[in-house]
Each structure stands twice: as structure tokens, then as C-alpha cells.
Design a binder for this molecule. Sequence first.
Ligand code: MEV
Length: 438
Amino acid sequence: MSKTISGFSKLSKSKKIDWIVDTYFSNAEDAKSILKQYWNTNDKLQQLHDEFIENTITNYYLPLGVAPNFLINDKLYTIPMAIEESSVVAAASKAAKFWLDRGGFKTTVISTTKIGQVHFMYSGDTDKLKRFFQDVKPMLFKDSEAITKNMTKRGGGILDIELRDKTSEIDNYFQLHVSFETLNAMGANFINSCLEQFAKTFKNEALNFDLFSETEQQIEIVMSILSNYVPDCLVRAEVSCPVEKLSDNPAISGEAFARKFIQAVNIAEIEPYRAVTHNKGVMNGIDAVVLATGNDFRAVEAGVHAYASRNGRYSSLSHAKIEDGIFKFWMEIPLALGTVGGLTGLHPLVKLALEMLHKPSAPELMQIVAVAGLAQNFAALRSLTTTGIQQGHMKMHLMNILNQFEANDEEKLKLTDYFKTKTVTHNAVIEALKSLRN
Ligand code: MEV
């Protein structure tokens, strides 16, 4: 059984490692040397990473790849992607190239509003609460001015504060439902700071509101927190081209390709089992860019999947149709992203990724990220409805298998060449490696 420990966070990094390796590993020295292998030789850089979180013992690498040739609103981009899944960057690059020759991607930001809520309990006369809210509302804005001053100067800030009655679902439950414009910031800290100030003002002012009885004065704040559901922070990405230009494979006509592709999308629109996997493919592209640009991929994931269920049934994020001989494939997706604040000014690779993307504003980044998602989804559906997914996947996975069996450079070269015309399976690779080694 594992041991418990108190005061772990106060130990030095080296003492933490000693405790971990002594507690969990049969070969403590080996474990320690693996952890140390991933330390950066630049002490300052290592310290920066150590201090991102608590109890850091080492760094966890993900490859940072790039997918070039993305034409978005007539501007070219090379998109940085941090991801471990072998086929994702290759698929994105392929889709970028495919659409480069067909007019590229078009995007529009539909809206950029974010939401935060103060959840509270009030037991008493609802009309009196409404009067109180009207009275206190200007004070909520005023008391948070120290927090909102800079954001307001730049054109953002608090858009509106509403009182919402949720008592039909939970007794005595109400909300301050607040909308924000956070410009180039993802805005989590800004929103949460505003909300906590609202909660303080709201609770304190209730104690002095003459119309309230003593019980009514006792508003209980449950919590104040932003929402990661951002259906009004929405971006649209699309591609289109004449149907006959859609296929670059002489074995399949543009018409046949489009028909099957649209069938696949329609299936994801009505079948949740398929929709989840379909959207996972979208998120392969989205998460990789979100991560590379130092944004919060958990927030994005939570918000996107909630959005995919907004009509009561989990459904496809993307859609496709043929209209007047033109194939159209598009997606509208909620993305709360930032290009200032958080990791964006701290992590050297994030800064580099943002510079590679022409230092985008948050709305520009929303468009780039949405394109990465749509491209990924296009690439997946294209493979699924033509060759099947495994051909490409296993080709990319070949290197992982070769590395697992410690193939040297020469073996890798020979076997990559050999498998150009063969089906890659785990067994086939082992057999081929064996015969090469004999
Ligand atoms: C694999 O990571 C993603 C796919 O399963 C997506 C899809 O099925 O559309 C290929």
C-alpha cells in the first residue's frame, strides 16, 4: 500500500523526487534519472516551468509540429500544433494543401461575449429582490471599477448584469448572470474578480436594504465563477468549391465524393455515437492549436461539447451540403481564447507560436483554431469515406512501433520504404524487422 505524506508541497524539488522514487519505484535510481532526463539544462527556463504549477518534478514533453499552407481569408498561415497523436499534423497539412488549391478557408467571428455568474440563495419576496437588484445594479458597476478600468479603456468590460430567478428548479436559487467583453484576454481572472466583487457588494448592500425583512437581508452567496459555456463567443469556418473540383482521385468523381462525405456528416448529425467521434476529430485540430498557443484546452473542450448538445441531443459540430453545384462544408464553434495574459506572455514556445501566427488578436486566433478543427474533420471524413482511416493512421504509427522495438535509423529508412506499398500492422512490422535483422 502507498504511504501518505503531509507537508509534501513544502519539500524541496529534490526531496519531493526522493520521496516519490523511494515510495513507488523498485529501481529508485532509474526512476530518478528518467525524471531528470527531462529537466531543461537552462536553470532559469526550468524554474519558469517548475513554477507554472505546484509540486513539479519534471517536464512532460509533447511534440510541437507545424502544418503549413493554410489559406485563411486570403492570408497564409503555418499553424503550430502541440499533440501526441501521430496522424494529426499530417492530416491537417494535407487538408490545408487540398483547400489551398480551392480558395482556402473563409472565417467570420460571429460574437465574442463571455458569461459569468454569481449563484446565490434568497428566501423571501421576489418582487422585493427585483427592486433591490435595480437599486444595487449601478453600485455593482461602480464597485468593480478598479478591476474594469483598463479593460473598459480598451473597449471591453461588463456588458450587462441580469437577475435570474431559478427557483422553479431549486428553492430560493437566483443568479446574477453577467455578460462580458474581454477583448484579447481569455478573461477568466478578469471575470472571476468582477464576480467576486459583485457578490461582496450584493451581500453587503442587502443588509442595508430597507424593504427587506431580516431574513430577506441574509442573502447567501453560494459561488461566483465564470462559465465555460460560451455559445455567444462564436466563430464560423467554412470551405467551398464546385463539386467537380472536389476529388483529386481519378477513381472517384467529385459528385460521388461529395455525396458520401455529406452522408457521413448527416450520420454524425443524428447519431450521438458517431457524433462524439466525429467531434473528437474536430477537437484533434482545435486542442493542438489551443495548447500550442497557451490556451485552456479543458475550458474549450467543455464549452464545445456543451454547444454540440445545445438542442437536447449531442450532434455534429460541422455540416455539409451541395448548393447550386457548390460543395459547402462549415462549422460554427464556441471558442473562448486569449492572446494576452495567462501563459501567452510567459511560455517561450507559446510566444513563438503566436509570432508564427502573425501575433493574432483573440478573435483572429478563434478563426485560426476553428480552421484547424474544420481541416482536421475534413481530413478524417475524407479518409473514412474513401480509403478508410487505418491506412493513413498505421503509416504514421509505423514510426511509433519501430521506436518501440528500438529500430536504428537504417532499419527505419528501409522499413518505411518497405511499408509504402504494404499494409502496416503491429505484427507485420515486427516480422519485417525480424527478417531485416536476420
Ligand atoms: C481519431 O483521432 C479521429 C477520428 O476517429 C475522427 C473521426 O472518426 O471522424 C478519425
